[in-house]
Design a protein around this ligand. Structure first.
Ligand code: GYE
Length: 285
């Protein structure tokens, strides 16, 4: 099995990589794992290499949605099925066998629903967007706004990409604070890492994260639970990275000629500070 991973931008990604590698080892599958170090061109090259190596199935987590059609056609022409893992690509449906991953639109909606409750419908929100043109950033952006339409007291006053990393999250939040200062009452971060970076920026600015600024993020990684226990994060919407077992199960079915669903969604929930102490020890990422 060949696998093209995005890189190592977040806690989520680290857990996802471990899940893929550990499951392969457990199953005794020969895995060709390629790390693209956050570059689409590296992922395209990886897929081409895997085609030449004649792997049975290619797993791919596409960094962005667009720009895949040509290389997907090459795989199809070579008779190698592609399973999209974690992120979707904007290609015709006949170019991949299945998408295994989350409903990012629903995650965005859930973030807005939770935020609306926490701020009682009144907020000046700043938004840390994920990697530009990535499926989770696009859908978490859109889903959030869908729900916000019903809350006229909640406005997004600034929105910028923090590329899903802690360092960029901190930098962009510092910029928001410089421009908007304490008119900011809420932060929506497309992942926990950016929220954790932003928490540092808020503290350095002299405000209390989780108190002066209500913060909701996505992923539910360990760092988020620690921040919730410290009172600095108000909620995290779960996005499950432990996709290894489901991925290899799907890959095996494909190799055996079985038909599989076009979308295999992961099951997810939302976590709050009141439950964080109890739940943290059970989190594996
Ligand atoms: O939310 C973020 C990661 O594609 C769902 O990518 C994934 C996202 C995840 O960098 O932390």
């Amino acid at each position: 099995i060949g696998y093209s991973q995005i890189g190592a931008e977040s806690e989520w990604r680290a857990a996802n990589t471990i899940s893929i590698k550990e499951t392969a080892e457990k199953l005794g599958v020969e895995l060709r794992f390629m790390d693209a170090q956050q570059k689409q061109e590296n992922q395209i090259e990886a897929v081409r290499k895997l085609i030449i190596q004649k792997v049975d199935v290619i797993g791919l987590s596409p960094i962005v949605e667009t720009g895949w059609e040509e290389v997907f056609r090459e795989a199809k022409d070579a008779g190698i099925p592609i399973i999209l893992v974690d992120r979707r690509a904007a290609v015709p449906q006949d170019l991949y066998v299945s998408y295994l991953g989350s409903d990012f639109l629903e995650e965005g909606r859930n973030a807005a629903r939770v935020m609306a409750k926490l701020v009682e419908g009144q907020a000046n929100i700043v938004e840390l967007v994920g990697t530009i043109d990535s499926a989770p950033a696009n859908d978490r952006f859109t889903g959030f706004r869908e729900i916000l339409k019903d809350y006229p007291g909640m406005q997004i006053i600034a929105s910028q990409s923090g590329d899903f990393t802690r360092a960029r999250g901190k930098e962009v939040m510092a910029g928001f604070l410089q421009t908007y200062g304490n008119t900011i009452t809420a932060l929506y971060a497309h992942n926990d890492d950016m929220a954790l970076g932003a928490i540092q920026a808020i503290e350095e600015y002299g405000l209390k994260p989780g108190v002066d600024i209500t913060i909701v993020s996505v992923d539910a990684a360990r760092g988020a639970f620690e921040a919730m226990i410290a009172g600095k994060l108000n909620a995290t919407v779960e996005c499950n990275p432990l996709l290894g077992p489901q991925f290899f199960e799907l890959a095996l079915k494909v190799v055996n000629g079985e038909t599989i669903p076009k979308w295999v969604p992961s099951i997810e929930t939302i976590f709050f500070p009141e439950d964080a102490i109890e739940i943290l020890p059970t989190r594996t990422y």
